[in-house]
Design a protein around this ligand. Structure first.
Ligand code: HEC
Length: 130
């Protein structure tokens, strides 16, 4: 293999492996959530802070994901990105949870239905208070 072919090959391997090994939710986390959760802006639970995340993880995947998606106090709905789907948001939550001591998977179809249901009832509850 000559030199240019070789560097082309490594560029290819690097690009493919980067795409293949990004964990679900990692890109969304970096693009949307890290701005606040990376450094703990506005007291956001900081990335990797196990003590901060433990009580949140204890709420369970359906409740925590749904409530954060709707927005909680200083946490904006959908992390401030109106185009973020429930699936994309869930993966970003699971990614942060897993980096802070949890072990959540991408929600399966059944869990997604439960998250969507909880989102609707949370919204209805918040609307009642106004
Ligand atoms: C503008 C800043 C900001 C961005 C962007 C942001 N968050 Fe947050 N987030 C917060 C703050 C602040 C809190 C703490 C809210 C509180 O308890 O007062 C929080 C809390 C949370 C919680 C815990 C909710 C709870 O029930 O206490 C989760 C889960 C969460 N964020 C997920 C995400 C995800 C996923 C993203 C990206 C898709 C994201 N956040 C983007 C500021 C942000």
């Amino acid at each position: 293999m000559n030199l240019s072919l070789r560097s082309l090959f490594f560029t290819f391997v690097y690009t493919v492996s980067f795409a293949a090994f990004a964990e679900p939710g990692e890109n969304t986390y970096k693009q949307v959530c890290a701005a606040c959760h990376g450094a703990g802006v506005l007291n956001a639970p900081k990335f990797g802070d196990k003590a901060k995340w433990a009580p949140l993880i204890a709420e369970g995947q359906v409740t925590l994901t749904a409530h954060a998606y709707v927005g909680v106090r200083a946490m904006p709905p959908k992390g401030g990105n109106p185009n973020l789907t429930v699936e994309g948001f869930s993966d970003a939550v699971a990614y942060m949870v897993n980096k802070a001591g949890g072990n959540w998977k991408s929600p399966d179809a059944k869990t997604l239905v439960a998250i969507n249901k909880e989102i609707e009832s949370r919204k209805a509850g918040l609307n009642q208070k106004q």
